[in-house]
Design a protein around this ligand. Structure first.
Ligand code: ADP
Ligand code: MG
Length: 600
């Protein structure tokens, strides 16, 4: 029999709303900071402990709340920001559900004072309201949230590590600060180092303070308008890329947003000038009439819908491309595609020696079915392949048709190097083209992984340590993994609160750009804050490092080096694909060549 329909209690209704509004401690910080900004604060101080689960305290010097409105402030669907028209939202808040939601899942203290009254406070504990009562207070508002999610233990279970939550809070504050340069922010607490963002006179100075001066120096300014939609900000130049999209800051009418359409447009703007696994760095501010953008999409208010998404997309792509000067440079890669599909790629090669690692491991179990040596790690000789100092060698007598016979090697004998990157090799019955950059990257990756487990890989000391300024969270994450990095040949240590000193880089990376390498590794660690096991994480780090070992692209190799690379590939599992899953070589059988020429 069906139960009768009953109205949910306020507390249950609030807890249900809290499921969406306050997903994690960082969402509480986001809501409280938004309230402070809406209240016209010039100063916002945030303190946290225990990754925000223990304590979140946000203090502002904004308008304050009148004593007789304190109870309304913590009641559902009560707001001072919306007066009838949902299509004309000019504040960050408008739903009137943040404070009651937070109060339903934690212990919340709201203490406030306006300019015309004495202070007062109200408390909410798992939805139960106590007060208001008089309390001494500074002008403005203090909100203190303790024991977040104690009332909803199921949600507690889903929290990531304290560190991950602490970092997410930092990210929320940085994102919020980028939209309001005039407000001074501090972020402190027992779980972090103090972060201070001073009041700035303009967007550019605030962007530099939050994203780093590097960015502004490597970015072009954007200012464009189309049919009432304005776009301002900065777009990083193509060579200033990052390993993830966390450094993309996008605002719509002052609201930080994460929007698929916008992210896609940014990717599109850089499509021709940046590798697909890299991400541009941008700070973009869209301004429109609030009536043509809907922010009432999700309770967390980070999603937006434009009345005319095509217009916004066109504006973003057009303005960024124009500012970067890339419009009209589109490469023409059509043609020849029909011949290409006749090529066999390394990833699908019949050669068991090049099977992806998993398959390779399977095979190991079944005795010695593979005719190739299993991966035994890299000996001194093999290491030398990577560290060899190569003059810009010319390839002539030892190779070419008169050179070493192809023999039984699966990848044959090197015959030429084209475009300083492609090794053309000849086997008894096929033609092989190796992308030396991709292949080398894979080999370096395998060698680094090996270094993690047995003998550490050789390091090359820098003449002078390189000092790299980075946000404190990044420095901490890097320092935490210093031992693993040392095994990989990268020696780094903290240099004061906001810098890292690099003393040595992995020898096999050659003349590595230490700065870019370390920045990338910090990104990798920031990304990997999820539950991924240490092992997977270290492999991701090794992979990231290998990307920097591009010494072999754009460099001429001697015949000996080319052949050494081919032999190295043959003895390394997984070498048929690069770390990003692209083939490292393609093979064209003689029979296929004959077919291409219509001989068969
Ligand atoms: P919303 O922001 O959507 O209105 P909230 O639950 O976040 O809903 O806040 C409810 C109301 O409490 C706000 O509309 C505002 O009037 C008041 N309020 C909350 N925080 C502050 C603050 N820091 N300063 C002044 N008023 C505040
Ligand atoms: Mg609010």
């Amino acid at each position: 029999m069906a139960m009768p329909i009953r109205r949910l209690s306020d507390t249950i209704a609030n807890q249900i709303a809290a499921g969406e509004v306050v997903e994690r401690p960082a969402s509480v910080v986001k809501e409280l900071v938004e309230n402070a900004i809406d209240a016209g604060a010039r100063r916002i101080d945030i303190a946290t402990s225990g990754g925000g689960l223990g304590l979140i305290r946000v203090t502002d010097n904004g308008s304050g709340i009148a004593t007789d409105e304190l109870e309304l402030a913590v009641s559902r669907h009560c707001t001072s920001k919306l007066s009838g028209d949902i299509h004309n939202i000019r504040s960050l808040g408008f739903r009137g559900e943040a404070l009651p939601s937070i109060g339903s899942v934690s212990r919340l203290l709201l203490r406030s004072r306006t300019t015309v009254e004495d202070g007062a406070e109200i408390k909410v504990e798992a939805g139960r309201v106590a007060g208001p009562r008089p309390a001494p207070a500074n002008p403005g508002t203090l909100v203190e949230v303790t024991d977040l999610f104690f009332a909803t233990p199921a949600r507690l279970k889903f929290m990531k590590s304290e560190r991950a939550e602490t970092n997410a809070i930092t990210d929320v504050v940085r994102r919020a600060a980028m939209a309001v340069p005039g407000i001074r922010f501090t972020l402190s607490g027992t779980d972090r180092n103090m972060l201070e963002i001073a009041a700035a006179g303009d967007n550019a100075s605030r962007i530099a303070a939050v994203m780093g001066r590097d960015f502004i120096e490597n970015a072009v300014e954007i200012g464009a308008e189309r049919e009432g939609v304005r776009l301002d900000g900065f777009a990083g130049i193509a060579s200033f890329h990052r390993a993830n999209a966390l450094s993309q800051f996008v605002y719509v009418n002052g609201r930080p947003v994460r929007d698929k359409m916008i992210a896609g447009a940014i990717r599109g703007a850089y499509a021709d000038i940046m590798s697909r696994d890299r991400h541009p760095v941008v700070a973009l501010y869209l301004t429109t009439d609030p009536a043509i953008v809907d922010v009432n999409v999700h309770p967390a208010k980070a999603d937006v819908r434009f009345r005319d998404p095509g217009l916004v997309r066109g504006l973003l792509i057009g303005a960024i491309r124009e500012a970067l000067g890339v419009a009209g440079m589109r490469a023409n890669t059509a043609g020849g595609a029909s011949a290409l599909h006749a090529f066999r790629t390394g990833g699908t090669s019949a050669y068991s020696g090049f099977a992806p690692e998993e398959r390779q491991r399977e095979r190991h179990g079944s005795a010695s079915a593979s005719p190739y040596r299993p991966f035994e790690g890299f000996g001194e000789d093999a290491q030398a392949v990577f560290t060899h100092a190569v003059p810009s060698a010319r390839i002539d007598t030892e190779i070419g048709p008169g050179g070493e016979p192809p023999g039984q090697f699966p990848l044959g004998a090197a015959r030429a190097q084209l475009h300083d990157n492609y090794i053309v090799a000849q086997t008894e019955e096929s033609l092989v083209i190796v992308d030396q950059h991709a292949a080398h990257e894979r080999l370096v990756y395998e060698a680094l992984k090996h270094g993690l487990h047995s003998k550490p890989v050789p390091a090359q000391m820098l003449l002078l340590p390189e000092i790299i300024d980075m946000p404190q969270e990044d420095c901490e994450r890097l320092a935490e993994h210093a031992d693993a990095f040392a095994r990989l040949g990268l020696s780094l240590e903290r240099f004061g609160p906001g810098a890292i000193a690099v003393r040595a880089t992995p020898a096999m990376l050659g003349e590595a750009n230490a700065r870019q390498l370390v920045v990338d590794l910090a990104d990798e660690l920031a990304d990997g804050d999820t539950a991924a096991g240490l092992e997977r994480r270290l492999h991701a780090i090794a992979s990231r490092m290998a990307c920097h070992g591009s010494v072999r692209s754009g460099r001429r190799l001697s015949a000996q080096e080319m052949n050494a690379l081919l032999r190295q590939m043959e003895s390394t599992p997984g070498s048929g694909t690069c770390n990003h899953g692209r083939p490292t070589f393609i093979e064209l059988k003689l029979s296929d060549i004959e077919r291409l020429f219509g001989r068969r």
